[in-house]
Every structure is written in structure tokens, then in C-alpha cells.
Design a protein around this ligand. Structure first.
Ligand code: HMG
Length: 393
């Protein structure tokens, strides 16, 4: 509890992804790599690939539209847009979404960035606003497109997805508990200079950095009175690729001296990996895609279950925190719509994927119109006089 008896947390959570998909079997064949390396070694089977008229705004708007359709936008006075795939150095991507969704003008709209961590910063800032005034409802959108250079080692870990969640008092989905553990370290494991559209990464170092940061955040979480490992029912990690979450959970269990075997550890984690395995990395959205996956795919009734979260963003900042699933959570899920969002993506081949990848760089700095491709509800129409144009599809 936050000093008073006020309960704060996530009231509703919605998902969207890009409308095209590349099976990693095709990428493996293209590179002459055994598909087992992608399917099993890194734990990814597909990646979402945005069409030419999709980006973080269209995905973010699609996810947030589910929230607005159910709860309305009245009283939402803050919209936080977390991303590291920003479309403008000055204007928040959230302002485009605010407009596309017809939200009221009495609203503060801000973009946040710290690699894959920023959605968790947005969650914590939102909780602070609600704790100060329980009437506040804060809309958080996390939307990202993971892009590495063609033919680089990071290529099979690309992907795209968005989540939107509403942060309120007396949340219906997940109460967030107050104790957190933090860790910041100035390192160059993964970054994207302003002049590049693809990220640079020191792959093996980034894995070690992620695990070191987990140790640091977990240590502070414990020192600040956090729950012991055996008080958690499930875990949810940032998922650059799903095998990373498995490695992280093994490390945490070892740190905590847990005697759970591999199968028992897997049961605490597996359901959180189902959706990410098919979208690919969605950077800052990925841990909350993991939460949605857990709630939708775990066969057990998770009412009252405590989930441990580890949110990591390269560079690096991380946080360990916890939440308790609320009774009745299943009634809030959009299982069928989320399944359709994955199953109805248009399959593309490697040739088209590579052309789309190269086109992003080709059009930088020029005015252009995009072809109408996306079957989604919002589209990026192009750039006029350096101004981005969005429309309802
Ligand atoms: P790599 O060097 O090409 O792959 O790139 P590898 O040789 O390490 O193989 C990967 C795994 O596949 C290994 O398993 C192999 O044994 C296995 P492991 O030993 O790690 O358990 N393998 C096979 N398994 C089954 N059948 C086979 C087979 N062959 C091999 N036939 C790497 C891997 C992850 C480094 C690369 O994809 C990369 O650079 N990815 C991008 C960086 C990344 O995702 N880092 C994660 C930590 S940093 C982070 O999470 C932040 C981030 O999301 C960004 C942000 O914060 O904004 C990235």
C-alpha cells in the first residue's frame, strides 16, 4: 500500500502489432542457418514487419483505441507515450494518437525514452499522478519497432508491437505494489545514434549487461523490503527474444537460492513468452506484451497471484517490481481479438521484408505518400513539407 490504503495499478491492457509477418524459417533459409537457432536457440518463430503505412503511431493508436472504446476518454488528463522509435525529435508521438482518437484538449501528452525501460517509467509516473489524486486516469502507450541492420546478428530479434494501458485507482486488472528495486549503469551495450535508423549492439555484452542489471535491481528490491523469491507465483521479464527471459529467470532463481527445477521454473514463465515469440522484440512494449500473454495463456486462474517484473532498457536502466492480479481479470481480456491480430497478419517473404527495410532509409528527409497497404484502422499517409500525416484507414 502507498502510505494510505489507496490501491493503484493497471485497470485495462490492450495490444496491437504490425499487419505483416515474416516466418523466421524463411530468414534462416536465406542466411543458410539451421532454423533451430532461431526457433529454439533464441526462442523466436516469427517477427511482425510494419507495412509502409504503419509505424509506432498507427500501432499505438490501434492498441489505445481498444481502451478508449471500453472506457471512454473523459477524465484522461495525461497520455504518456513510451518509445525509442520516435518519429520526431520534438513532437510527441502521443499527440498524433491523441488527435486520431479524438481525445479532449485538456490533456498533457508527453513522450518518454530510455531504451526498453521507458514504459515502466511511464507506469511509475502514472501511479504517482493517481496516488496524488485518485480521480486521475492516465493512458500509457508503449509502441516500438525493433530494427537492426540487414544481415547483422540482431536481425532475427527484430519485431514490432504496441500496448496501451489505463492506470487508475482501484484497478480491475493488476494492483502494482509499492516496493521497487532500481539499477542504472552508463554502458554501451545497445544504442541508436540520431543519424541511424537501425540500432547498434554489442550482442554478447548486452546479454551479460542485462543479467548484471537484474542482479543490481533485485539486490535493491530486497534491501528495500521486497518479497522473497518464493512469494512470487509468476515472473515477467523484458523479452528482446524469449530465450533471454529464460536465462534471466534461471539467474534470478540461482541468486535467490531457489530449489525449483527447470520444469517448475518454466511453469512460472512460459505463458508470458507465447505472444513475444510471434511478434519479435517490441522494445519498451515487450514486457507488457509479456504480461498480456501471461494473463491470456496461463491455464491457471491467476486471481490473487503475485507477478515479479523485471524491466530492462539498454544503456542501461532497470527496475524490479511486483503486481497482484485482480479477481475477474479474465473478463477484461480480449483473447479473440489478440489472437486475430497475430493470425491475420499477412505473410511476406524475405525479398519483400528486405525491400521494406531498405525503403525506410531511402525516404528519410524527403516528402512522399505511402501506398495504402495496412488493413489496420489507422495509417501513416506520408510526409508533406516535413510534416507527418496520419489518417483513419
Ligand atoms: P548470435 O551470436 O548469432 O547467436 O546472436 P549465438 O551463436 O549466441 O546463438 C544463439 C543461441 O542459439 C545459443 O544459445 C546457441 O547455442 C543456440 P545459448 O547458448 O545462448 O543458450 N543455437 C542453436 N540452438 C538450437 N539449434 C541450433 C542452434 N544453433 C545455435 N541449430 C544474439 C545472438 C542474441 C547476440 C543476437 O541475436 C543479438 O545481437 N541480438 C540483439 C541484442 C539483444 O537482443 N540483446 C539482449 C539483451 S539487451 C536488451 O534486452 C535490450 C534491447 O531490447 C534493446 C533496448 O533496451 O532498447 C536489445
Amino acid at each position: 500500500m502507498t502510505g494510505s490504503a489507496l490501491r493503484v495499478g493497471i485497470h485495462d491492457l490492450a495490444f496491437a502489432t504490425a499487419h505483416q509477418v515474416l516466418d523466421l524459417r524463411e530468414l534462416a533459409e536465406h542466411h543458410g542457418v539451421d532454423v533451430g537457432k532461431y526457433y529454439v536457440g533464441i526462442g523466436q518463430t516469427e517477427m511482425s514487419v510494419p507495412a509502409a503505412d504503419e509505424d509506432i503511431v498507427t500501432m499505438g493508436a490501434e492498441a489505445a483505441a481498444h481502451i478508449i472504446a471500453r472506457h471512454g476518454s473523459d477524465g484522461i488528463r495525461t497520455l504518456l507515450f513510451a518509445t525509442e522509435s520516435g518519429v520526431d525529435q520534438s513532437k510527441s508521438a502521443g499527440v498524433f494518437v491523441h488527435s486520431l482518437l479524438g481525445m479532449g484538449e485538456h490533456c498533457r501528452v508527453v513522450e518518454l525514452k530510455q531504451a526498453c525501460y521507458s514504459a515502466t517509467a511511464a507506469l511509475q509516473f502514472a501511479l504517482g499522478l493517481v496516488a496524488r489524486d485518485p480521480r486521475e486516469r492516465v493512458l500509457v502507450i508503449a509502441s516500438d519497432i525493433a530494427r537492426y541492420a540487414l544481415d547483422s546478428s540482431g536481425e532475427p530479434t527484430q519485431g514490432a508491437a504496441a500496448v496501451a494501458f489505463l492506470v487508475t485507482a482501484d484497478p480491475a486488472l493488476l494492483e502494482i505494489e509499492p516496493v521497487t528495486g532500481l539499477h542504472t549503469d552508463d554502458i554501451s551495450d545497445f544504442w541508436r545514434p540520431n543519424y541511424l535508423s537501425t540500432a547498434l549492439v554489442d550482442g554478447k555484452y548486452s546479454l551479460a549487461a542485462y543479467l548484471r542489471s537484474l542482479e543490481g535491481a533485485w539486490a535493491e528490491y530486497g534491501a528495500r523490503g521486497g518479497f522473497a523469491f518464493d512469494r512470487f507465483d509468476r515472473f515477467c521479464y523484458h523479452q528482446p527474444f524469449t530465450k533471454m527471459a529464460v536465462k534471466a529467470h534461471d539467474r534470478l532463481a540461482a541468486l535467490a537460492g531457489s530449489e525449483l527445477d527447470r520444469e517448475q521454473r518454466g511453469a512460472q514463465l512460459e505463458a508470458s513468452l507465447v505472444i513475444n515469440r510471434r511478434t519479435g522484440n517490441s522494445y519498451t512494449a515487450s514486457i507488457y506484451v509479456g504480461l498480456l500473454s501471461l494473463l491470456e495463456h496461463d491455464e491457471a486462474d491467476l486471481s490473487g497471484a503475485r507477478i515479479g517484473f523485471f524491466s530492462y532498457g539498454s544503456g542501461s536502466v532497470s527496475e524490479f517490481f511486483s503486481g497482484v492480479v485482480q479477481p475477474g481479470y479474465r473478463d477484461l481480456l480480449r483473447r479473440d481479438a489478440d489472437r486475430r491480430a497475430l493470425n491475420d497478419r499477412v505473410p511476406i517473404d524475405v525479398e519483400r521484408y528486405r525491400r521494406l527495410h531498405e525503403d525506410v532509409d531511402a525516404v528519410l528527409g524527403e516528402d512522399y505518400s505511402t501506398a495504402a497497404e495496412t488493413p489496420g484502422p489507422f495509417r501513416f499517409a506520408g510526409v508533406d513539407d516535413h510534416v507527418r500525416r496520419y489518417e483513419r484507414a
